[in-house]
Write a protein that binds this ligand. Structure first.
Ligand SMILES: C[S@@+](CC[C@H](N)C(=O)[O-])C[C@H]1O[C@@H](n2cnc3c(N)ncnc32)[C@H](O)[C@@H]1O
Length: 209
């Protein structure tokens, strides 16, 4: 199964994916470098994921997209008196509409629960919203945590995600990056659903011949 992992960050979602060929797209060079170290067999592209989707979607069987969430997040909106005002980034909805109508494979787009009513209805599971063209289970097996903003927050994220975030030498804040990763168990459950559908379709096609 050929998988496109958009806005790949450090592959929190991808950690437990097996038997697949992954192309990961990430704009931050330092994150892309660390992702490649973590998943040496994946193809890693440093590019704008939004454009990459448009140019390459036909090459894949399953597409996972995790567009940046700050412009939608309730946490940022709650601080609107003290932060710079920004428009909600509607590329999130562009990708959902595009994938739903153009893409023949299976997809999932993941984001935070926004401060407004979502423009396209989604499935809410835990702290996230998921848009997909296949049925997701109500329980993704996501691991619970109680990691709060604190001095040793990053250290706790390192243990939780099984990754040493202190290796990152780029421009983004390490604690912010660490908070971005999807729980690997949730990533695995979603991936296995898509893979089950893909394998069924493949064996039906083989039986037909
Ligand atoms: C929410 S995180 C993704 C988390 C990821 N799914 C995981 O589980 O590890 C979003 C990532 O998108 C990257 N990013 C932001 N804008 C981008 C763009 N235009 N193209 C590619 N990556 C981008 C950020 O650097 C960040 O790593």
């Amino acid at each position: 199964m050929k998988v496109l992992n958009l806005y790949a960050c450090l592959g929190g979602n991808r950690l437990l994916w097996n038997d697949c060929e992954v192309t990961a797209v990430e704009l931050d060079e330092e994150l892309a470098r660390l992702y490649k170290e973590r998943f040496p067999n994946d193809t890693v592209i440093i590019a704008d994921a939004h454009q990459y989707l448009l140019d390459h979607y036909k090459e894949f069987d399953f597409i996972w997209s995790s567009p940046p969430c700050p412009s939608h997040s309730r946490a940022r909106f709650a601080r609107k008196e003290t932060t710079t005002a920004i428009y909600p980034d509607l590329k999130l909805y562009e990708e959902i509409l595009f994938l739903d109508n153009y893409f023949n494979g299976k997809y999932v787009v993941e984001n935070v629960i926004p401060y407004y009513e979502p423009l396209i209805s989604a499935k809410k599971i835990g702290r996230h919203l998921y848009w997909s063209n296949f049925k997701l289970p109500n329980d993704l097996g996501e691991r619970k945590h109680s990691i709060m903003e604190s001095k040793d927050e990053t250290k706790k994220w390192c243990e939780f995600h099984k990754f040493d975030f202190y290796q990152y030498k780029g421009d983004q804040r390490i604690d912010k990056i660490a908070r971005n990763l999807v729980d690997y168990e949730a990533g695995k459950t979603i991936f296995e659903c898509a893979k089950g559908i893909y394998n069924n379709k493949k064996s039906t096609q083989i039986n037909l011949f």
